[in-house]
Design a protein around this ligand. Structure first.
Ligand code: AGP
Length: 590
């Protein structure tokens, strides 16, 4: 949550232009407000505003060309969505300017201490303690670098922070619990929450660890420890994502681009190094107790996989929401395996669960999309999804990639790897026709139901997690209330909400058809409008969306028309599909 981009160059490029572009590409991390601070001629000028940065042009910033600039796009935590709470935040004299992602848990304590020193606060944020404390320490004789390090050491919570000072020609950054990546150009440097923010300038990166601080000056960059100030040498990696993947291209929105990309991403997900897959299967075989853990969509992939592990590999796995994982601490030991699933690899709840597991000696296997993410680096085994950057706030292609990898592992565990691979490839080959055939149907459905207040989705067995995920997609992008149920559950209460013309999506498969069709009839006889997703038509369906049958791989295919329906509902209702209200792509606060 919140996006940071900072740039320090040799004066050739305009730092403000780099930062403005970077902010636009980071907006998926938060879009309540934005701001830029630019350093020129030993002065810092700050610009901030509420709302999205999307259409702001460089000229509108009114900033003179500079070689150092920092920017921030905000997902509000402490302090309302107001211009005064937008980042960057400055010290009272305006000399220090700071952007921050994360939460400072002891900010009240620090604020009280600084207020006693006579410092006046002008925002409601937790962040404002940082520039004031830096300035306070500098008045006591510390250098900018040392005051920054000491200030960050005094913070409790999670942070990625970048700071500049009007009188010092350096760019400082540090992280502890929130992401920050160093981009290294030929004559310039970048600090950002995510690689796409600077990918068009460089693909050379150094992934920073917790308690790392970076000092960028005319002599290059150095990484030192926040704890003792000692320098360490870090590897430089080359990012394999290309800049075009992070652009919309011919599409109106990232959401449709990413739905469409499933034509290749499902295949890419299962094209894994065979030694890595063997290692995963060995870890699953050796484990005494397996926990699948994730949040939101990634959690739904875990629920779905638990059915596949049961059906295909006859293995029981525990599925736990990352934010609830602490309750399972007593059941963990060195023989336990955690499979942590995440697109970003930066979700705070998930990282917290992984840390809990690691304390107990649990082995961590992760399925993750973002290379170099915190999750990838703290896991014992990492399987990359190879889906390319997912920019739309909604998870679409990352979900089917997660499902594909987990399905493959279930087949691997059953010693039927090739069969699994063939089945998933069949789904991959049919994505184009699923999209082509279902798009006109879901677009008409969106027109018809755009004013509905409620939608329901039901599915049994493997189709049940797809109902949960489908409901999440509809809710988060169209703001229509949607709920997913196991087919048998609706009659235990929620059927009371079915009345004339309430749309209900019925996910039917070869093995569940008889029972789910009975459930559909119960709904239809109370006036519900039945949208059937199945491989064969049925008289109970008012609208039928045909999806071929893929057996154990059905969940990978059947979510696609619902992703599309969600998109069309959003468009019909005038919602922004890429940046739904109140959300952020990467949820880096607990
Ligand atoms: C779903 O569309 C959301 N993007 C959200 O539920 C997401 O899946 C969740 O926040 C977990 O994110 P992660 O996969 O990056 O860990």
């Amino acid at each position: 949550m919140c996006g940071i981009i900072a740039y320090r160059g040799d004066g050739e490029k305009d730092a403000n232009e780099v930062v403005l572009k970077g902010l636009k590409s980071l907006e998926y991390r938060g879009y309540d407000s934005w701001g830029v601070a630019s350093r020129k001629d030993q002065k810092i000028k700050q610009i901030k505003n509420i709302g999205k940065i999307g259409h702001i042009e460089l000229e509108q910033l009114g900033l003179a060309k500079s070689k150092t600039s920092i920017g921030h796009t905000r997902w509000a935590t402490h302090g309302s969505v107001h211009k005064r709470n937008a980042h960057p935040h400055a010290s009272s004299c305006g000399s220090v300017s700071v952007v921050h992602n994360g939460i400072i848990e002891n900010f009240q304590e620090l604020r009280a201490m600084l207020s006693e020193e006579g410092i006046e606060f002008s925002t409601d944020t937790d962040t404002e303690v940082i520039p004031h404390n830096i300035m306070h320490l500098m008045k006591g004789g510390d250098s900018f670098e040392e005051a920054f390090r000491k200030t960050l050491l005094s913070l409790r919570g999670s942070f990625a922070v970048v700071a500049i000072h009007s009188d010092h020609d350096v760019l400082l950054g540090a992280r502890n619990g929130s992401p920050l990546v160093l981009g290294i150009g030929d004559n310039d440097h970048f600090l950002a929450s995510d690689v796409p923010a600077f990918l068009e300038h460089t693909s050379k990166v150094t992934y920073l660890d917790d308690d790392d601080m970076v000092v960028i000056s005319d002599s290059g960059h150095k990484v030192i420890s926040l704890l003792d100030g000692k320098e360490s040498i870090r590897d430089i990696h080359t990012v394999t994502w290309d800049v075009e993947q992070a652009k919309k291209g011919k599409y109106d929105h990232f959401m449709t681009k990413e739905i469409d990309e499933q034509k290749t991403t499902i295949k890419n997900a299962i094209e894994q190094d065979s030694e890595l897959i063997d290692k995963c299967i060995e870890a699953l075989n050796d484990a005494n107790g397996v926990f699948f853990v994730g949040c939101g969509t990634s959690y739904h992939a875990c629920v779905s996989a638990s059915y596949q592990f049961s059906h295909i590999a006859k293995e029981h796995v525990n599925v736990v929401l990352a934010s609830e994982f602490r309750n399972y601490e007593e059941f963990l030991n060195e023989k336990t395996l955690m499979v942590a699933v995440s697109q970003s690899g930066e979700t705070a709840d998930l990282l917290d669960a992984v840390k809990t597991a690691k304390r107990k000696g649990v082995k961590i296997m992760c399925i993750v999309n973002v290379m170099g993410s915190t999750l990838m680096r703290i896991s014992d085994i990492a399987v990359l999804m190879n889906a390319g950057p997912e920019i739309c706030v909604l998870s679409t292609k990352s979900y089917t990639s997660q499902l594909s990898i987990l399905t493959l592992l279930a087949y691997g565990l059953a010693d039927r790897l090739d069969e699994g691979r063939r089945l998933i490839m069949k789904v991959s080959d049919s994505v184009g026709s699923i999209i082509k055939k279902s798009e006109p149907i879901v677009s008409a459905l969106a027109e018809r139901f755009k004013t509905s207040s409620n939608m329901f989705l039901i599915g049994r067995d493997l189709a049940y997690p797809s109902a949960l995920e489908g409901a999440l997609k509809i809710k988060e992008v169209s703001y229509i209330h949607a709920e997913g149920f196991a087919g048998g559950e609706l009659k235990h209460g929620t059927i009371a909400l079915i009345e004339e013309n309430v749309p209900v999506i019925v996910l039917s498969t070869d093995s569940t058809r008889e029972l789910i069709v009975s459930n559909a009839m119960e709904i239809r006889s109370r006036g519900g409008y039945i949208i059937g997703i199945d491989s064969v038509p049925n008289p109970v369906f008012d609208t039928f969306i045909k999806i071929d049958s893929f057996g154990n791989a059905d969940p990978i295919a059947m979510i696609i028309p619902i992703q599309l329906l969600s998109y069309h509902l959003a468009i019909q209702r005038g919602c922004d599909p890429d940046k739904p209200r109140n959300l952020a792509k990467s949820v880096t606060v607990k």
